[in-house]
Design a protein around this ligand. Structure first.
Ligand code: FAD
Ligand code: DHB
Length: 396
């Protein structure tokens, strides 16, 4: 059996795990990443696409923003569409110059992976039977797995559980050490990538009687679109033609608007879920990103929140290795959860404002429209949406 040692053992090579490894390396803290999927699979997975200002600033400041700055699309506003009209939220003006950048999560992953490998960082892809142990206070943390069929034991000072919602780290915590808070939504999102120019140069969040729809993009040649569907919907019920017809109906409420159509190159259905565990740590194990919390995607927050967690965690580890001080590590969960709950609130609110829940009566419908009318006509309300959408400031 191969035995290796590092300072921080990281489970998962998603945005959280790779960013953590990158930030630690820059301050001389060693880590090894263990990922159960292949490098190709992780890099090709289609997921989020909106980076908050703070996420972009972090990548640029730490030397992984070169392609992002070259190819990312900076957006200064978004449109909310309802009741046959489009209303622009001017993010730039409402936040004193902040913007969002459209850049696919798979590119973020590719940039971070390349940076880690170029810096001599170790990432085990396609690791099998990943298990963690020894993370009680006073214990000796270990990550066990198989690489190319051979057992490997990775000893470390701490374990960072960055292995997403279905990972092994959260379920490895002792029963009773965590409390889960959650909410299911009676719908999911059907998402497609299409090889066609976006129909508008900004995102459109459309509230429609038939359900929510979202127009986004990945590049000037690739459009990303989403439709609210039933939570148990089968993708096989949605041939491309049906998807385009439904999208067109949900966006055409504004006169003369036509959706550009092109070949569909990817499609899938994502369930909607709000979930948080408290605390996000136990002994020498720290959860970050989707391993600790899930938001419905309407606020475009999942990836950005994962990055916010690992900024806090990296700082705490760096402080510990520099001075031996554990205060920041001990406060990790408390610091993160303040942001996590604000982002939960925002994602829930955006979701509630824009979707059909199926059990609304005429009152609920009028109230939802009044909310949209208020958000788009009051500067104070628009400003609240904008400051959350571009990303709340990082706190200490
Ligand atoms: P992940 O990206 O999930 O990374 C976790 C990593 O750990 C993965 O690479 C996984 O393979 C690995 N792993 C899992 N189990 C193990 C194990 N046992 N051992 C080792 N490694 C393991 N957010 C948005 O804002 N907009 C969107 O449109 C959007 N779409 C999404 C679509 C889908 C299908 C999903 C699942 C999520 C989507 N999200 C979206 C959310 C966003 O992508 C996540 O919030 C973000 O990826 C969180 O990053 P993470 O690093 O915490 O977790
Ligand atoms: C995208 C995803 C989101 O969840 C969102 O709110 C905006 C854009 C996207 O994939 O482009």
């Amino acid at each position: 059996m191969a035995s290796i040692r590092t300072q921080v053992g990281i489970v998962g090579a998603g945005p959280a795990g790779l960013t953590l490894a990158h930030l630690l390396h820059r301050r001389g803290v060693e880590s090894v990443v263990v990922e159960n999927r292949s490098r190709e699979y992780v890099q090709e997975r289609v997921r989020a696409g909106v980076l908050e200002q703070g996420t972009v600033d972090l990548f640029v400041a730490t030397g992984v923003g070169e392609r992002l700055q070259r190819e990312g699309l900076v957006h200064r506003g978004i449109e909310l569409r309802f009741a046959h009209r489009g209303h622009r939220i001017d993010l730039d003006d409402l936040t004193g110059g902040k913007t969002i950048t459209i850049y696919g999560q798979n590119r973020v992953i590719e940039d971070l992976t390349n940076a880690r490998i170029a810096a001599g960082g170790r990432i085990f892809f396609a690791a099998e039977e990943v298990r963690i142990g020894g993370f009680d206070d006073g214990g000796a943390p270990v990550i066990r797995f198989r690489a190319d069929g051979e057992p490997v034991e990775l000893q470390c000072d701490f374990i960072a559980g960055c292995d997403g919602f279905h990972g092994v780290c959260r379920p490895s915590m002792p029963a009773g050490s965590l409390t889960a808070f959650e909410r299911q939504y009676p719908f999911g999102w059907l998402g497609i990538l299409a090889e066609v120019a976006p129909s508008m140069d900004e995102l459109i969040y459309s509230r429609h009687e038939r359900g929510f729809a979202l127009h986004s993009m990945r590049s000037p040649q690739i459009t990303r679109l989403y439709l609210q569907v039933a939570p148990d919907e089968e993708i096989s019920n949605w041939p491309d033609e049906r998807i385009w017809e439904e999208l067109q109906r949900r966006f055409e409420t504004v006169d003369g608007f036509t959706l550009n159509r092109g070949p569909v190159i990817q499609k899938g259905i994502t369930p909607m879920h709000s979930f948080v565990v408290e605390p996000m740590q136990y002994g020498k194990l720290f959860l970050a990103g989707d391993a600790a919390h899930i938001v419905p995607p309407t606020g475009a927050k999942g990836l950005n929140l994962a990055i916010a967690d690992v900024r806090v965690l990296a700082r705490a580890f760096i402080e510990y290795y520099r001075s031996g001080a554990r205060e920041r590590l001990e406060r990790y969960s408390e610091i993160c959860l303040r942001r996590v709950w604000k982002v939960q609130r925002f994602s829930w609110w955006m979701t509630s404002m824009l979707h059909r829940f199926g059990d609304e009566n005429a009152f609920d419908e009028r109230r939802q429209l009044a909310e949209l009318d208020y958000v788009t006509s009051s500067r104070a309300a628009s400003q609240s949406l904008a400051e959350n959408y571009v990303g709340l400031p990082m706190e200490d």
